[in-house]
Design a protein around this ligand. Structure first.
Ligand code: UGA
Length: 441
């Protein structure tokens, strides 16, 4: 089928290359010309495992093209996936002006049937606003549909999540829209849930808010584990075997970040409030998450005593592994605090240093190391902020040798506490105690 994707961000690019991989003919509209040029040259502007390969496959097979011209994109096909950004307004609500723009421009050029499909995360009932806008701006009275088909992909595993999803959610109001989307997704083996558009929109927001809730919950339990000498990793494992709870998203740490959870949790809370529903639970989920940073800084301070004048190595800047994305990454707040309190920070990340450097240029107090070990030389402690696989496989005897003081404060629980003690490290992590610490209870 011919498919138009508007927006060349994480969701749009993944959607575009995956649809072309599945045999559809795709055009992606992206407003930044440099990005379009890169994509036409087969280069992905973001680091996402597998994306560049599928992009190059699509270009080779001539199944994907890119344009900055929205009109060109909209005239290319009758099915338009809206994957534009829906950033946050100052009051926490979603800024939908880019979605509105797609609706207006589609309406203006429409001279035959079009199906507009929301894929970006939008507040419930956005489809009604799109419909109203299209009707308001359309020049010819032609038939059209608006559907909701939310995306559940995670950065770092976006391609796999798209091609092998747990489920596909499609909210439609007409048989015509339903059969078009059925055709587009006909090769998928997972359950496809057909709903009305409002329900589909809500499924996405509720899913992200629930996942954030799960993480905040386990982080709260981790705090208790630290106080009573229990192990949060084992608590999560024990809980996770219960099918009603599930093992996923019970990893305690320094809190959730990224471009989705912080924005979506805020927006979902706003929706509840706007509709007069008591969403205080969601507010708590956010509050627990915000506290993670202070708690981690306290942990660092109790480990190294004063941070002023100390050199601290930091491993991990991206908000999660396998991505170069640093949006709302805990590292931003943690490094800001450490610098403010007089520490010297030497940071390393396998993919996110370039993005981080743009926000925090190198200076007297902050430098970027070419490899993880260089970051350690003479440092008085190592802080782990992202659980990259490379860090898990680190040569720990080298780490110990390079650090001036063998202190590790691990915000992601990547090592075994007792083993670390045995190796001679002072090791602090989240919600777990070493046998030594446990004996103090
Ligand atoms: C999230 C959702 O997982 C996707 O389903 C959704 O499509 C996406 O948002 C979106 O709305 O676009 P993403 O933000 O890419 O995906 O990454 P996640 O893997 O969900 O991680 C989010 C944050 O939670 C990260 O900071 C991660 O470190 C943290 N996290 C995750 C934990 O602290 N503990 C966990 O157990 C899991």
């Amino acid at each position: 089928m011919k498919v138009t994707v508007v927006g060349g961000g994480y969701v749009g690019l993944t959607t575009g290359v995956c649809f072309s991989h599945l045999g559809h003919e795709v055009i992606v509209v992206e407003k930044i010309p440099e990005k379009v040029q890169m994509l036409r040259d087969g280069k992905s502007p973001i680091y996402e495992p597998g994306l560049e390969e599928l992009l190059q496959e699509g270009l080779r097979k001539k199944r994907i093209s890119f344009t900055t011209d929205l009109m060109e994109g909209l005239s290319f096909s009758d099915v338009i996936f809206i994957c534009v950004g829906t950033p946050q307004n100052p009051d926490g609500s979603a800024d939908l002006h880019q979605v509105e723009e797609v609706a207006i421009q589609t309406a203006k050029l429409m001279d035959s049937y079009k199906l507009l499909v929301e894929k970006s995360t939008v507040p419930v009932n956005t489809h009604k606003l799109i419909k109203k806008t299209v009707k308001r701006y359309m020049k010819k009275n032609v038939e059209f549909d608006v559907a909701s088909n939310p995306e559940f992909l995670r950065e770092g595993s976006a391609i796999k999540d798209f091609l092998e999803p747990d489920r596909i959610v499609i909210g439609v109001e007409s048989e015509r829209a339903k059969s078009i989307l059925e055709e587009i997704y006909k090769n998928f083996k997972c359950p496809i849930i057909f709903t009305d558009p409002s329900t589909a929109e809500l499924i996405k927001h509720a899913s992200n808010a629930f996942l954030a809730l799960k993480i905040s919950f386990i982080n709260m339990v981790a705090d208790l584990c630290e106080k009573v000498g229990a192990d949060v990793e084992l608590v999560a494992q024990g809980m996770g075997y219960d099918k009603r709870i599930g093992k996923e998203f019970l990893k305690a740490g320094i809190g959730w970040g990224g471009s989705c959870f912080p924005k979506d949790v805020k927006a979902f809370y706003r929706i509840g409030i706007d509709h007069g529903v008591d969403f205080s639970l969601i507010k708590e989920v956010e509050r627990v998450n915000e506290r993670r940073i202070d708690q981690f800084i306290d942990k660092v301070k109790s480990a190294v005593w004063s941070v002023r004048g100390k050199t601290l190595a930091v491993w991990g800047l991206s908000f999660k592994p396998n991505t170069d994305d640093i949006r709302e990454a805990p590292s931003i707040k943690i490094i800001t605090r450490l610098l403010k309190e007089g520490a010297t920070v030497r940071a390393y990340d396998p993919k996110a240093m370039e993005n981080f450097r743009r926000l925090f240029p190198e200076g007297k107090d902050l430098s970027y190391a070419p490899d993880p070990y260089k970051a350690l030389e003479g440092a008085q402690a190592l802080l782990i902020l992202t659980e990259w696989e490379d860090f898990k496989k680190a040569d720990l005897s080298r780490v110990k040798e390079l650090l001036e003081v063998p202190i590790i404060i691990d915000g992601r629980n990547i090592f075994d506490p007792n083993e670390m003690n045995r190796l001679g490290f002072e090791y602090y992590c989240i919600g777990r105690n070493t046998t030594l610490q446990k004996n103090m209870y």
